[in-house]
Design a binder for this molecule. Structure first.
Ligand SMILES: Cc1ncc(C[n+]2csc(CCOP(=O)(O)OP(=O)(O)O)c2C)c(N)n1
Ligand SMILES: [Mg+2]
Length: 576
């Protein structure tokens, strides 16, 4: 066997797993790995970002979009610490990530050397696999196991590599092989299926709450819901599992969810929790029977007491249920929910057609919708952008819609768009971000320009941390530390070599979007939006309502116009 560098075996292992790009930033303690990647740049692209946080957030977003492992690389010490945010995003949204970080050389390891940080200790909480490499001979095997574990555990595998180890010569073959991860799904439990079928057949007001565990099971979910005439509510990140305009769709649930979804949940007699780990118990039924599907047995009854737990693959279980349940000709509960939903859309339409200045964020959503391709990929930042995008965009399963769902980190929008262009170069990528979130990562717009990744970044520029403004108000606190001095993001775009549109008046909004659609370079549309636009909860739960009252902004409660929408209970009375 011929002698090769250990770093070559590392890179070969990445190739064997079909890894074709790495997000990162080089530096002394990871230089030997970077050098090996340089030699294989035809097969593995090095996406050189300007901040390691963007590397990790992009790697997480790539995994959310494709199901394939995302890879981030950095030096040890400060660079490794910068990666943490994206690593937690991957951990908490349950997607596979591989992180390669450098470390000081073994001759000075454990001496408190320059940039020496105890990385295995730093990563202990975030990682499902966390090894310090001390033997060049086994490097490739450890990389292989790390990737396999990341896939199996849907989490982050970290390798901390002293820079001298990959440079060492070892006896190894560099033969290419194709490696794939295959997981066997648990076998269905027929007795539990029968029990679930009986509950579904008996229920009068069943409701589905679908999460990302049904991402691959959209058609099965729709067939099930249509056969039994059941409304479908989704968790926020599961927005594109069924079309927003599907007749059974009631939108998402929660603080930024729809009123029809909240009300259906309060009325239901059978909650069908399909592939989600929904944490906000205030929004779940007070008391209902529950059929829960999850691939992970530990999740059954974790959030809501399941009458029947079905462990396994959602697509398989749902189609099994569909075959066994009785068809329902007409379900009054669904009809009432549908009417409620039509009112909701009508109410939203009114917001989307406002023509006055200052520009309403809802109108920005209408313009985004107008120029969006049928299969556009949306990457949404955390802030009011999350509310406007989730609530006002009408999407379908042809779209993708990614957010930082469980970590909820600001700054995820732009990295997600970079990952989208890497995952699907031919699809339109649209990032919808706030000025606060964008300015946390904006330096990497230059990365998108450098990589020639056409994308549209819509900055909802309200010169404040608006989401927090309302959070403070709903808690009855006075507003504090929420102002953001203005930046001209359009000029910034141009200084990076991209295209910028600054929109301060309604009159300029439409043309900016039309021009952005035609651009072949990354674009920022910097829209000055109404800073008083309140992202009101679909249903204000009691403690929030009390907070608003304490703050004495009665107008928020008075102006929200929910009063115009009859509650589901009233609509139901007409149907029953
Ligand atoms: C990294 C991080 N820091 C702080 C927060 C808390 N937080 C949530 S939304 C938000 C405000 C977002 O402001 P901006 O991006 O300007 O959007 P806006 O709400 O103004 O539309 C803050 C500070 C967070 N989620 N993530
Ligand atoms: Mg803002």
């Amino acid at each position: 066997m011929k002698k090769v560098k250990a770093s070559e075996t590392l890179v070969q292992t990445l190739k064997n797993w079909g890894i074709d790009h790495v997000y990162g930033l080089p530096g002394d303690s990871i230089d030997t790995v970077v050098d090996a990647l340089r030699k294989e740049q035809e097969d593995i692209e090095f996406i050189h970002v300007r901040h390691e946080e963007v590397a990790a957030l992009s790697a997480a977003a790539y995994a959310k979009l494709t199901g394939k492992i995302g890879v981030a690389l950095s030096i040890g010490g400060p660079g490794a610490i910068h990666l943490l945010n994206g690593m937690y995003d991957a951990k908490m949204d349950h997607v596979p990530m591989l992180v390669l970080v450098g470390q000081v050389t073994t001759d000075v390891l454990n001496t408190g050397f320059f940039q020496e940080v105890n990385l295995p200790a730093v990563f202990e909480d975030v990682a499902v696999y966390n090894k310090q490499i001390d033997n060049p001979e086994t490097l490739a095997d450890v990389v292989d196991e790390a990737i396999r574990t990341a896939y199996k555990e849907k989490g982050v595998a970290v390798l901390t590599i002293s820079n001298d180890i990959p440079a060492q010569a070892i006896k190894a073959s560099l033969e290419a092989e194709t490696v794939k991860f295959e997981q066997e799904n648990p076998k269905l439990n027929e007795a539990n299926i029968q029990e679930a079928v009986a509950l579904i057949d008996k229920a009068e007001k069943p409701v589905i709450l679908a999460g990302l565990g049904t991402k691959h099971a959209g058609p099965e979910l729709i067939a099930f819901a249509e056969k039994a005439k059941i409304p479908i509510i989704h968790s926020l990140p599961a927005k594109t599992i069924i079309p927003d305009d599907h007749p059974n769709a009631l939108g998402n649930l929660g603080k930024i969810g729809t009123k029809p979804a909240y009300e259906a949940m309060q009325e239901t007699d059978l909650l069908l929790m399909f592939g989600n780990d929904y944490p906000y118990s205030d929004y779940l039924p007070k008391k209902a029977a529950c059929v829960q599907i999850d691939i992970d047995p530990a999740k059954i009854s974790k959030r809501y007491q399941a009458t029947v737990g079905l462990v396994g693959d959602a697509a398989e279980i749902i189609s099994n249920l569909t075959a066994k349940i009785a068809p329902v000709e007409e379900r009054k509960f669904l009809q009432a929910c549908q009417e409620n939903m039509q009112e909701w859309w009508k109410w939203l339409e009114e917001d989307m057609t406002k023509t006055t200045d200052p520009i309403a964020p809802e109108v920005v959503m209408a313009n985004i919708q107008k120029i969006a391709d049928k299969d556009a990929v949306f990457s949404i930042d955390v802030g009011t952008a999350t509310v406007w995008s989730t609530r006002y965009l009408h999407l379908t399963p042809e779209n993708d819609f990614i957010v930082s769902a469980w970590l909820g980190t600001m700054g995820c929008g732009l990295p997600g768009a970079i990952a989208a262009k890497k995952a699907f170069p031919d699809r339109q990528a649209i990032a919808i971000v706030g000025d606060g979130g964008f300015s946390m990562v904006m330096q990497d717009f230059a990365t998108a320009v450098g990589l020639n990744m056409p994308m549209i970044v819509v900055v909802l520029n309200n010169q404040q941390l608006s989401f927090i403004k309302y959070e403070q108000q709903s808690a009855g606190e006075l507003n504090y530390a929420i102002d953001l001095p203005d930046i001209n993001y359009a000029k910034f775009a141009e200084s990076c070599g991209g295209i910028g549109f600054r929109v301060e008046k309604m009159a300029d909004l439409e043309s900016a979007f039309e021009n952005a659609k035609l651009a072949t370079k990354p674009v920022i549309i910097d829209v000055s939006v109404d800073s008083a636009a309140a992202p009101l909860p679909g249903k204000i739960v009691m403690d929030e309502a009390l907070g608003y009252t304490k703050f004495e902004i009665q107008s928020v409660l008075e102006d929200h116009r929910f009063a115009k929408m009859p509650p589901l209970k009233t609509i139901l009375r007409r149907f029953l």
